[in-house]
Ligand binder design. Structure first.
Ligand code: ATP
Length: 452
């Protein structure tokens, strides 16, 4: 069965259900910036929580960090970003559009969208020019005397410059890692494709510091580990692949990089990059700052600059992949149904409590009491507006895995129905065990019913 999902359907569902809005919409939107509504925030928070769990809570060898967005400007000179963080761009003198020179094969000609830029006789492309992706700002109120600064284009540098603080205080020995989630900013010229590429986004980055001889082994380990994080959270294996960068593609700091790619509706595209950064960053910052960023074994006296393996994921791109992978349509009882088959651990709301006859005060009171009990344990929602079928559909579209319905029978025998989002099976269970039933289901392994 062909996958029904398209980017337009995701954008429309995200808008309709309040996951994501165009930013500054009342002024016409910005095209490359988005705002996240209630369910978008909950979904994004779940992605981050699962990442932090897998990186920090479930492991002993990784600690957390939250560094500044604005760092000392020297950091970006020394890291190589001022010199080397460029995209090659070409302009078309005819249609006045700007394209990434390395992505012309994915771009559309401004006059004839069925052609690539440069393919029609009217196209008049300039030579590629380098364009720095960092957003510049100034620290200090006076323009002339202020200090040039940058909004960070990656969270990683905040980790490297804190290496000494963290390594000493965390009392960890390589291999050990430092994990950070935070905003990053890039003055991307070719935006579009919804939240796939935006000016402002969130990264989940972990720098894993290892003895140099072990770097390749850990690089391979982290590619596998990150791939399995996505599949454990329900993404279909058939829609994930690993692509190793060719030498000419490598970033200025990288010895090897493998992208974990997802089959988005726009085609295979990077979801996460795993890079072997060698000792590039620690060595450069040691030399420039005079602070030795190295590992010293206090017992043996051994000292060396660790090598770094970095899995760098995007929160927003992950959220998009989870939504795309989960999106499904089917016909149930002759009516179309749209459903987000999200892994329950990722779903914004875990359970909805629905009184079948809201006007019945006894039913409402039981439903409210159940909702109050549930929301202390999990993200729960109470909905008593509209026909029950419409309420189910609303929950299906936001990906709520279970709905508990309270009806007249509840008043007689203290049972409720629990409806499963994917199978649509309904089961009667005692109301007293409803909370535990949801928690038990949430703890189980989950596999998408969508075909590969
Ligand atoms: P691309 O080639 O798509 O521009 P990149 O290789 O420059 O990405 P990295 O520097 O490896 O990206 O950043 C790590 C992750 O951060 C990416 O895999 C992606 O998930 C996310 N990311 C990077 N740039 C953006 C952006 N402009 N908008 C949203 N997410 C981004």
């Amino acid at each position: 069965m062909a996958d029904v999902v398209t980017m337009e359907k995701i954008v429309s569902l995200a808008r309709r259900r309040g996951f994501v809005f165009p930013s500054s919409e009342i002024y016409g939107g910005l095209g490359s910036a988005y705002d996240y509504g209630h369910y978008g925030v909950l979904l994004k928070e779940n992605v981050k929580a699962r990442w932090l769990e897998a990186m920090v809570r479930e492991r002993e060898d990784i600690v957390a960090l939250d560094s500044s967005i604005i760092l000392h400007p020297r950091v970006w000179e020394v890291s190589g970003h001022v010199e080397g963080f460029h995209d090659p761009l070409v302009d078309c003198r005819t249609c006045k559009l700007r394209f990434r020179a390395d992505q012309l094969d994915q771009a559309q000609c401004g006059r004839k969208p069925s052609k690539r830029p440069g393919e029609t006789p009217d196209c008049d492309l300039t030579e590629p020019r380098l364009f720095n992706l960092m957003f510049k700002t100034r620290i200090g109120p006076v323009e002339e005397t202020g200090l040039d600064a940058y909004l960070r284009p990656e969270t990683a540098q905040g980790i490297f410059v804190n290496f000494k603080n963290v390594a000493q205080l965390a009392r960890r020995k390589p291999p050990f890692g430092i994990a950070q989630i935070g905003k990053a900013f890039r003055n991307e010229v070719t935006t579009g494709h919804f939240i796939f590429r935006t000016l402002e986004f969130e990264q989940m980055e972990m720098e894993y510091f290892v003895p140099p001889a072990e770097a390749r082994k850990w690089f391979e380990y982290w590619v596998e580990e990150r791939l399995s994080w996505y599949t454990r959270l329900g993404i279909r294996e058939s829609h994930l692949r690993v692509r190793e960068h060719a030498p000419e593609e490598l970033a200025h700091y990288s010895q090897a990089t493998s992208d974990i790619e997802y089959l988005y509706p726009i085609g295979w595209s990077e979801l996460e990059g795993v890079a072997h950064r060698g000792d590039y960053d620690l060595r450069a910052h040691s030399e420039a700052s005079g602070t030795k960023l190295e590992w010293v074994d206090t017992e043996s006296g051994e000292r060396y600059t660790p090598h770094v393996v970095e899995p760098a994921a995007g929160v927003n791109r992950s959220m998009l992949a989870f939504m795309v992978d989960a999106y499904d349509e089917e016909v149930v009882a002759e009516r179309p149904r749209t459903v987000l088959r999200l892994h329950p651990q990722i779903a914004p709301v875990k359970v909805a409590v629905l009184p079948l006859i809201p006007r019945n005060e006894d039913i409402s009171a039981r439903a409210r009491a159940l909702y109050e009990e549930l929301r202390r344990a999990v993200a729960a929602e109470y909905d008593d507006s509209g026909q029950i079928g419409r309420r189910y559909r609303r929950q299906d579209e936001i990906g709520t895995p279970w709905a508990l319905t309270i009806d007249e029978q509840t008043l007689e025998d203290d049972t409720v129905t629990i409806r499963d989002r994917d199978s649509l099976a309904q089961e009667r269970i005692p109301i007293a065990g409803a909370r535990q039933a949801v928690l038990d289901r949430l703890a189980q392994d989950w596999k998408t019913p969508k075909p590969d």
